[in-house]
Write a protein that binds this ligand. Structure first.
Ligand code: GLU
Length: 927
């Protein structure tokens, strides 16, 4: 309907045409590129001519010529011949190769020339011709090279690209980048330049690029070649979500991006002409009408009938705003600008357009006035490339607005704007929130390829059930799988994932010789996976190659060691509180003190006593301190039993008192040590910290090869740990293990001759299952496990948020409890520990058996002595009573066994003189 209306307007306007008279004909020279399809430019021109014809008293008469790039001389000749017809302005040519000659003619004859291409030589030409800076005759509507380069530099900076590859097609491209290069910090890594070459070379060039591992590219090539280059890049897997491209072409939006399949890269470009603006859309529909009704439409005021043939060779059934290239829009704007300015000036004074000759010295009469007006022109209406507010002293357009556009689902959408006035910044129209929402939407459509390293409890290969082979993620279980399940739950990121084991079974280590990574990091860098999830430690070195999420588990390096084996207590373990030396010294002291008392008592008069206290003048004095009694006294006090005879002299009492004091202290020490020694397990060599480990060489120690623990010891500045690393490296056989599992096995089988430096989380896991293992000392450092992904992965923020949310909701703790304490035999040692604690205070017979043995031996000895004493007595009886030994024996035995007999007759009292009896017998007798 809208088109119909436009058509009706055009038809009605053509009716008006016939009424007009006396038209002023304005010739314009138009040079088009013979190598390109110019039909839309012709349509644009037609629409202007018709509008001018219908609305004004002018007739714009285009003198169109299509030139090839190499036709420099011919172009010059043509330009001169056109000027001889009286030309008011020149439009084009479009290629820089033939522009110079036309520009030169325009400048010398002072005819305004309009350019619509990226012209880096405009300034150079002016300078060469001794231009004084006052008069310009060339008006370039295209953004100037300097401004375009500034816009590019700002975008590169805003994108935070540190290193990138510039893919350029011709040397002009390098000029476009000069500003971006100038603004670089010298410390930043170098930019790589790659020349595109012919189409056949795209593949080899892109393969080379792939090997560099770079992720950011500036692609500077003809608009027609963009899709070809990117299709090839897609085949080389250079169009993943990790790659980003900036296209320098202002016409990227006019390409058919549906031709490019499976692209997830960020592709950004600039555009000057906004296809979504009403003015551009309107122009497109008018041009479509012009195309459809060309012959009726143009006749009779377009004399260039051969141009009408252009429309018979239609490339488009309809022209949309996306078919309008910048060059065409600028050509349209140039003609409009020229005519409006011309018509405006003619309102004040008549401009005479004279035929001019290139050979003559005569200049145009209108050129200078028109150029002055154009230089300061302010035109906003009807321009497809936005308002034009004057030209600078070299003829470059002063103001314009570049839209920063980004490919989104096969169409470009505007994400920001750049203007020369605020050259150092881009006004982004897409907010951070918009970006987040978009990323979340993309994540929901993604199936993440996750790599992991097989190892309990993170990633465990399940046994296939009988008669069924497990497939996909069902083949595995573990903490990592559950973690991803939680992250990808519908109320979280709502994504999907597939797990695969890492190709070489390594965590990820950088080899400075080959300059390559291995393990999980390598798989990420080489795009084999988007995520790496397992007990992968966040380290500085790895962070230079990949990105990590916030840690989902925190830990530190610690020492795994095996518990002391309980040895059965020894029989004489009660003697352990005091060393053998002390026992020997004590025995010696006992003998010496007994002898001392004996001697001192003999010297001391108070210990010589009256044997008959009733007789005040005894003939003899008695001393009870025989060696036997002395030994009895010291022994009695040693056993804390006391004695029924005690010394009376001061010196003997002092000796006895000193002995008691000694005994008191010794018994206290013995008792204090007794409990510990009876319950204590006999230990081998003991370590309590990393310092202890470092200070000895009986116990070997090592860690996982190529892991972060090894790096910790290797790169440390702390002398103890460095010493440990030197020891580990020089140890024979090697103390390094390929996995934690092997390390644990070695600790268990080495009989406390090997300690394994391991991450505390894994130590906890092992200690839950193997009660013979212990963690020695505190953690040596503090770090965390994170999910690794390619640097600048767009989904990192969403993963961080998901992990933090899970942490706050206690999901991470629950997962850890499940895989540490519940699954696969967890929680075993917690139970054992409790039962051990319960019996810890009880002493077994083993601990005190020795005391029983000593008692038994003492009793047996006493029995033996008793028998000896009995036999000795029998012998005495035999001698004194002159009876047969057997009779004496039987009689004495009979008496001894008669336990009811409480009295025994003294058979021959005379034979036992009192003086010969021992002191105690004497005292018993006297009682
Ligand atoms: N988690 C370590 C890493 O990511 C491996 C084990 C270790 O070194 O103790 O390298």
């Amino acid at each position: 309907m809208a088109k119909f209306l436009v058509f009706m307007v055009l038809v009605s306007m053509s009716c008006v045409i016939s009424v007009k008279h006396e038209r002023k004909v304005i010739n314009i020279a138009v040079f088009l590129d013979a190598d390109e399809q110019n039909e839309i430019a012709i349509l644009a021109l037609s629409s202007i001519i018709r509008t001018v014809y219908s609305r004004t008293n002018y007739l714009l008469r285009p003198l169109i010529h299509r030139m090839h790039k190499y036709e420099v001389f011919k172009t010059g000749q043509l330009a001169c011949s056109l000027l001889e017809q009286g030309v008011s302005a020149i439009f084009g040519p479009e290629s820089p190769e033939i522009n110079d000659i036309v520009q030169s003619i325009s400048m010398s004859l002072q005819i305004p020339q309009f350019q619509t291409f990226w012209n880096s030589r405009l300034k150079t030409l002016y300078d060469h011709q001794g231009y004084n800076g006052n008069e310009i005759y060339t008006f370039n509507l295209h953004p100037s090279p300097t401004n375009l380069a500034k816009a590019l530099a700002t975008l590169v900076r805003e994108n935070d690209w540190k290193n990138y590859i510039v893919i350029y097609e011709n040397d002009e491209g390098l000029l476009r980048l000069q500003e971006a290069l100038k603004r670089r910090n010298t410390q930043e890594p170098a930019i790589i330049f790659k020349k595109l070459g012919d189409r056949e070379n795209y593949r080899s060039m892109l393969k080379e690029i792939k090997h560099t591992g770079m992720l950011h590219f500036i692609l500077d090539c003809e608009t027609e070649n963009i899709l070809e280059v990117l299709k090839e890049a897609n085949e080389q897997k250079l169009l993943t979500e990790f790659h980003s491209y900036i296209l320098t072409s202002l016409d990227a939006h006019t390409l058919n991006w549906f031709e490019l399949k499976g692209v997830s890269s960020n592709i950004t470009a600039f555009r000057l002409v906004d296809p979504s603006s009403n003015i551009v859309k309107e122009a497109a529909s008018v041009w479509t009408l012009v195309m459809k009704y060309s012959e009726d439409y143009l006749h009779p005021y377009w004399n260039a009938s051969e141009d009408i043939d252009l429309f018979n060779n239609k490339h488009f059934s309809e022209i949309t705003s996306f078919n309008i290239r910048t060059k065409t829009a600028l050509f349209y704007d140039a003609v409009n600008l020229f005519f409006n300015t011309f018509a405006e000036m003619e309102k004040k004074e008549l401009l005479i357009i004279k035929p001019l000759s290139c050979q003559a010295s005569e200049k145009s009469s209108h050129g200078t006035k028109l150029s002055q007006a154009l230089k300061k022109v302010h035109s906003e209406v009807g321009l497809l490339s936005g308002p034009i507010k004057g030209f600078d002293s070299y003829g470059y357009r002063k103001n314009f607005q570049l839209k920063i556009v980004e490919l989104d689902e096969k169409r470009f959408r505007t994400i920001g704007t750049w203007t020369p006035q605020k050259a150092d910044k881009i006004d982004f129209t897409v907010t951070v929130e918009d970006r987040d929402t978009e990323t979340k939407r993309k994540i929901q459509q993604m199936t993440f390829r996750v790599v992991s390293r097989v190892g309990a409890p993170y990633f465990i290969r399940k046994e296939d059930p009988p008669g069924r082979i497990l497939k996909g993620n069902d083949r595995y279980e573990g903490y990592s799988i559950d973690l991803m399940k939680e992250i990808c739950k519908p109320n979280n990121l709502n994504c999907s994932f597939t797990f695969e084991p890492v190709s070489d079974g390594m965590y990820g280590n950088y080899d400075p010789n080959t300059k390559k990574w291995n393990g999980l990091i390598k798989d990420l860098i080489e795009f084999r996976a988007e995520l790496a999830v397992c007990d992968l430690t966040i380290t500085y070195e790895r962070k230079t190659a990949v990105d990590f999420t916030v840690p989902f588990m925190t830990l530190g390096v610690s020492i795994l060691y095996s518990k002391a084996v309980k040895e059965p207590p020894e029989l004489l373990s009660f003697s352990h509180p005091l060393s053998l030396d002390v026992w020997l010294y004590m025995f010696t002291a006992y003998l010496l003190i007994s002898i001392t008392i004996f001697l001192v008592a003999r010297l001391n008069p108070n210990d010589w006593e009256n044997p008959h206290p009733c007789n005040p003048n005894p003939e003899t004095l008695e001393n009870i301190w025989s060696i036997r009694n002395c030994c009895w006294l010291t022994l009695g006090s040693f056993m804390a039993q006391g004695c029924d005879i005690l010394p009376k002299g001061i010196s003997t009492r002092l000796v006895a008192a000193m002995w008691w004091f000694f005994v008191l202290i010794m018994i206290a020490c013995y008792t204090a040590n007794m409990t510990a020694f009876l319950t204590m397990e006999r230990m081998g060599p003991t370590i309590e910290s990393a310092e202890d480990l470092a200070a000895q060489n009986k116990i070997k120690y090592g860690c996982v090869k190529g892991g972060s623990t090894a790096s910790f010891f290797k790169d440390t500045n702390f002398s103890t740990y460095h010493r440990m690393w030197v020891q580990m490296e020089s140890a024979e056989p090697s103390v390094f293990e390929t996995s934690n599992k092997d390390g644990v096995k070695r600790v268990l089988t080495s009989k406390r001759k090997y300690a394994f430096l391991m991450e505390s989380s894994n130590i906890e896991y092992e200690m839950e299952r193997n009660c013979d293992l212990i963690q020695v000392g505190n953690n040596l450092d503090s770090k965390g496990y994170g999910i690794a992904m390619r640097t600048n992965a767009p989904y990192r923020k969403s993963f961080n948020e998901a992990i933090l949310k899970m942490q706050e909701m206690g999901v991470l703790v629950r997962l850890k409890d499940k895989w540490w304490k519940e699954m696969h035999g967890g929680g075993q040692c917690t139970k054992d520990k409790h039962s051990e604690d319960a019996t810890a205070t009880e002493l077994g017979l083993d601990h005190v058996g020795g005391v029983f043995v000593v008692l038994a031996v003492g009793v047996c000895l006493a029995m033996l002595i008793a028998i000896c004493e009995f036999l000795w007595n029998v012998r005495k009886v035999t001698v004194t009573e002159k009876v047969a030994p057997k009779e004496a024996f039987m009689r004495e035995l009979h008496f001894a066994l008669n336990i009811w007999a409480r009295k025994k007759a003294v058979l021959n009292s005379a034979s036992r003189s009192p003086s010969a009896l021992p002191a105690e017998r004497l005292s018993n007798k006297s009682r």
